[in-house]
Design a protein around this ligand. Sequence first.
Ligand SMILES: Cc1cc2nc3c(=O)[nH]c(=O)nc-3n(C[C@H](O)[C@H](O)[C@H](O)COP(=O)(O)O)c2cc1C
Length: 169
Amino acid sequence: MSFRDYICVKAKLMKTAILYASTHGTSEKAAQLLSDKIGNCDLINLRKIKKVDLNDYSKLIIGGSIHMGKMQQRVRSFIEKYQAEIIDKKFALFMCCMDEKQEENQLKSAFPADLQAKAVMVTGIGGEFLFDKMNFLERAMVKKISGSNESVHRLYMDKIEALADAMKQ
Ligand SMILES: Cc1cc2nc3c(=O)[nH]c(=O)nc-3n(C[C@H](O)[C@H](O)[C@H](O)COP(=O)(O)O)c2cc1C
């Protein structure tokens, strides 16, 4: 094998996949920020792609947002299907949410406990209320919960940074 081939194979094996599902784009934004910080990442939107070959990756970051108390369905079903493969790799889990009082409980139930126990990091990274992206019903619901119809941007950059650092090692 030439040195060039060796570098190509090594780069492929070192690759990180960031797999996410997002309703209004906040988890997608977080995935992009993580990718920028880590480098050599593939961003995989689980709402668009149904089949993934995890053999192409040595590291995985999996995340999404909480809506009505639950992690995105696409994230839950992906984890259910690929749990055995995920657990064999270096991986981390992230959650976007806006209810700070419920964050701890929501994080506990967002991902299976045995997966959380093996993860390099499991973290809430804040979230956003993006009124311009919401439909009528979502706007009414969020206005009732938050008492405001102003967009809120509360992604925790320090937690995104810490997650990226943990996965770079
Ligand atoms: C209709 C709706 C329901 C939500 N329900 C919850 C919730 O139950 N708990 C919570 O902490 N945040 C909740 N959120 C806040 C989202 O988790 C937050 O907006 C997140 O940033 C969305 O990320 P996404 O755009 O990637 O889906 C809700 C937001 C909307 C619009």
